[in-house]
Design a binder for this molecule. Structure first.
Ligand SMILES: Cc1cc2nc3c(=O)[nH]c(=O)nc-3n(C[C@H](O)[C@H](O)[C@H](O)COP(=O)(O)O)c2cc1C
Length: 416
């Protein structure tokens, strides 16, 4: 739904002063209305012998400033409609209007504008978001989620149970073997060997520290700027070992150092031009609890010697790509490029690495003191020494990495 600048205050039966106030009422930026249906168990009906299973249907409001959708009463829906549809009569009594209005004001879905106030226009960075992406980003964030518990509940560990639950999985579209054109098979070289060893690590060796030199090498290869251009009064363009939409590199690396020789455990922000770590305050929960919280309790990753939170600084990209339908996607792709490079740099150094998007973004933002529409984590990576014992399953079907292990040593403790 578009955000309109003013209401046609034709509310029937309202005193003139009330109508005047309504004229200055505005919808919030980026308001979307969504029709919502959910199953509803009516205990009363159940007790009286009926099935008790019904459906709740209602409109709800989504907006970039909200962390969760807001259910709208019919009166609130009518009020929002009157605000946004030119000339629409507002058929509502004053007392019910007041109640509806207070609810909308409490969630900042509407606000009173100063008469003759200038619009912020494009000066506020949060207005540079493409509104659908802003809503998607904001509402897709987690807080306090235990993805391991939820996944076990949903039986996702057991693929056979999943097939029973969901039906057959989609298969790739078949190829026509009569027209398939074979491609040259090139003998593997050292780069292929490196690629073949890249395996998501879920088993870290907590008994030995990572040398600071290896941390430095990992950061230098993955996140450092190897060149830059500062446009006068404009953006800073970085040269990294990965591509980035517009060369803007909106992804910053925030580190949780767990076990590195000569670097105190704690939170840091990596400075890509200086190749240095900026210490940050310790999270109130403590480092171990925060690691688990950030990773939605995926304990197989929490032991990594270094965790790297890939935090997008959206204004850096959206200043150029204003209200651009592709800009958020580009930020996510940037994070993907960085994580792949981190995997390869780790593999080359004899380390294990991982990436996950099953993260509690809100908990991370709170620990790092970030605002979700300005700086927000898109994924968490990590790296460190591999353990020689596979307690949690890894995907290495050709046994390139784990061939020395007997099957009895391979565990199953994972839920993604
Ligand atoms: C974007 C992304 C998100 C992922 N999230 C998780 C996760 O939440 N938990 C996990 O154990 N592995 C996660 N993985 C790792 C995948 O499970 C892994 O890549 C896949 O099983 C293939 O194994 P491989 O990386 O060893 O080839 C993720 C990978 C990617 C690229």
């Amino acid at each position: 739904m578009p955000t309109q600048p003013a209401i046609a205050a034709t509310a029937q039966g309202l005193p003139d002063t009330r109508k005047t106030a309504l004229v200055n009422l505005r919808c919030c930026e980026g308001l979307h209305l969504q029709w919502h249906e959910e199953p509803n168990l009516d205990l009363g009906a159940l007790l009286s012998g009926k099935t008790g299973v019904g459906v709740l249907r209602y409109w709800r409001a989504l907006a970039p400033h909200l962390d969760a959708p807001v259910a709208l009463s019919p009166d609130q829906w009518r009020l929002l409609s009157a605000l946004t549809v030119e000339g629409m009569a507002l058929e509502i009594q004053e007392d019910t209007l007041e109640q509806a209005l207070q609810g909308l004001l409490a969630h900042s879905l509407v606000r009173y504008a100063e008469p003759d106030a200038q619009d912020h226009g494009d000066t506020l960075a949060e207005h540079w978001w493409w509104p659908l992406a802003a809503v998607m980003h904001r509402m897709g964030r987690w807080q306090g989620v235990d993805s391991t518990h939820a996944a076990v509940q949903a039986e996702v560990l057991d693929m056979t149970a999943m097939v029973a639950r969901h039906g057959p999985a989609p298969q790739p579209a078949p190829f026509d073997s009569t027209t398939l054109q074979p491609m040259p098979d090139v003998p593997p070289d050292r780069f292929d060997q490196l690629l073949a060893q890249r395996t998501t690590c879920r088993n870290f060796d907590t008994s030995r520290a990572l040398p600071a030199l290896l941390l430095g090498q990992m950061l230098q290869r993955t996140f450092a700027a190897h060149g830059h251009v500062q446009v006068a009064n404009g953006p800073m363009l970085l040269k990294r070992n990965v591509p980035s939409g517009g060369g803007l590199h909106p992804i910053d690396a925030y580190l949780l150092v767990r076990h590195v020789d000569g670097v105190a455990p704690g939170l840091y922000r990596y400075a890509p031009l200086e190749h240095a770590l900026q210490p940050l305050p310790e999270p109130p929960a403590g480092l171990q609890a925060f690691a688990l919280q950030a990773l939605s309790q995926q304990h197989w990753f929490a032991d990594a010697h270094v965790l790297v939170m890939l935090v997008a600084n959206f204004p850096r990209s959206f200043w150029k790509y204003r209200r651009h339908a592709k800009a958020y996607r580009v930020a996510i792709l940037d994070a993907g490029h960085l994580s792949q490079l981190l995997y390869l740099a780790a593999t080359q150094a004899g380390l294990g690495a991982f990436v996950t998007a099953a993260i509690n973004e809100i908990d991370i933002e709170q620990a790092l003191d970030l605002h979700p529409l300005a700086d927000s984590p898109l994924a968490v990576c990590g790296f460190g020494w591999r353990s020689g014992l596979m307690t949690t399953t890894e995907f290495d079907p050709a046994a390139v990495l784990w061939q020395a292990l007997s099957p009895g040593e391979q565990g199953q403790d994972r839920t993604d």
